[in-house]
Design a protein around this ligand. Structure first.
Ligand code: FES
Ligand code: FES
Length: 401
């Protein structure tokens, strides 16, 4: 057990906890502050958002021991907060909640928007709130409620506070944890920052040889067609792209380079990644690589990725096994989706859609139920289906059905 001392809602508290205890469990279980909700526990949904030293923080991925001596404010601590009070009234007036599960996290993030942004447009608010997902999808009311409070406060002459009085930036809890906890607290791994380069698509494709992806994983699938047929199909980049929901090419590949785009929709964010990729294929080993990068201007998200694949004979002559290694780095508003566990689940479902379309094309059929490249990939519904699937599995484990 490790003794952690911090301030929660203005009160000094201490508790002996396992070093792995995250901040949300700390406040819920040792302080009985159950207003903080847990949705995904992957840092994706924002339901667990609370303030650590005034900064909105995902408490499900913040170790409590990293918050030694920090000032923590949960939704209960905002009972008498002026902005939160106005937001609660506006949420009610604008019907900005249905089941209310996301609401504590929404209010904490919304308060930060009202505090910091002087005259945010609807788009600014959507981007600022993109780290909070509402499974009841009541985004319109939420955005309106925030707009209502911003407008009311500005019309009363209350200006925004740039940076919200934050005195330092950095990972939550940093600056407090280790000196006092020397030898007893786990070191919190901080993901290396990746410089978001605003390079042109062409220069973005020239990969830094020292670049390492933040997230890597492997997926395999089997196609009911002979290995030669599948290998040849993989040589036709346009056909492969046509099997990937939301993807399209800008033209034919030239000297192993191809330009294209990928449309993705995640909750309130629609992103359109424009990018370029270098493609290599080795006939002898039936392996290939796709190395690329892309940028979405609207959400200011950028990605770099590396896909390696190996096409092998399956268990029977009319089967082919494809092993895919994926590595990528995502920065910007959509980076919340790069938690590897969830990404692997989503990638698994995306690959299942890809395989279905691949099978259809190899069989000479059209990919009838595939969303068009124009419609884009609805990653939000994939996230929802992953969370729903996990919830159903949990129910099965608990109740055996
Ligand atoms: Fe923390 Fe979803 S529960 S982000
Ligand atoms: Fe139900 Fe947002 S109101 S999750």
């Amino acid at each position: 057990m490790t003794l952690v001392s911090l301030t929660v809602n203005g009160k000094s508290v201490s508790a002996g906890i396992q070093p792995r205890t995250h901040l949300a469990d700390f406040v819920r279980e040792t302080q009985n502050l159950t207003g903080t909700h847990l949705g995904c526990e992957h840092g994706v949904c924002g339901a667990c958002t609370m303030l650590v030293d005034g900064v909105p923080t995902r408490s499900c991925i913040t170790y409590a021991v990293a918050c030694q001596q920090a000032e923590v404010t949960t939704i209960e601590g905002l009972d008498n907060d002026e902005i939160a009070t106005e937001l609660r009234a506006a949420f009610s007036q604008e019907h900005a909640l249905q089941c209310g599960y996301c609401t504590p996290g929404m209010l904490v993030s919304a308060r930060d928007v009202v505090l910091r942004l002087q005259a945010p447009s609807e788009h600014d608010i959507r981007v600022a709130m993109s780290g909070n997902l509402c499974r009841c999808t009541g985004y319109v009311g939420i955005i309106r409620a925030i707009q209502r409070v911003v407008e009311a406060r500005r019309s009363r002459g209350i200006a925004a506070i740039p940076n919200g009085n934050r005195t330092r930036l950095g990972p939550s809890g940093s600056g407090h944890a280790l000196p006092a906890m020397s030898g007893s607290a786990p070191r919190v791994a901080v993901a290396p920052k990746v410089a978001a380069k605003s390079a042109s698509a062409a220069s973005a494709a020239r990969m830094d040889p020292d670049w390492k992806p933040q997230t890597t994983f492997t997926q395999s699938f089997v196609v009911a067609h002979p290995v030669d047929v599948v290998w040849n199909f993989f040589g036709d980049v346009a056909s492969v792209a046509a099997c990937l929901p939301g993807a399209s090419l800008a033209g034919e590949p030239v000297d192993g380079h191809v330009e294209g785009q990928m449309k993705v929709k995640v909750g309130p964010i629609s992103a359109e990644f424009q990018g370029i990729a270098d493609i290599t294929r080795d006939e002898a080993t039936r392996t290939g690589t796709i190395i690329g990068s892309g940028k979405d201007k609207r959400s200011n998200s950028a990605t770099r990725g590396l896909v390696g694949y190996a096409v092998k004979e399956g268990d029977t002559p009319d089967q082919t096994r494809v092993d895919v290694n994926i590595g990528f780095t995502l920065t910007g508003a959509l980076a919340q989706f790069s938690r590897s566990g969830l990404v692997q689940d989503i990638a698994g479902r995306l690959i299942a859609m890809f395989v279905k379309n691949l099978e259809a094309r190899l069989a000479g059929k059209s990919s009838g139920d595939m969303p068009s490249a124009e419609a884009g990939l609805d990653a939000g519904s994939l996230v929802f289906s992953v969370i729903k699937g996990r919830f159903q599995n949990l129910l099965k484990r608990l109740f055996g059905r």
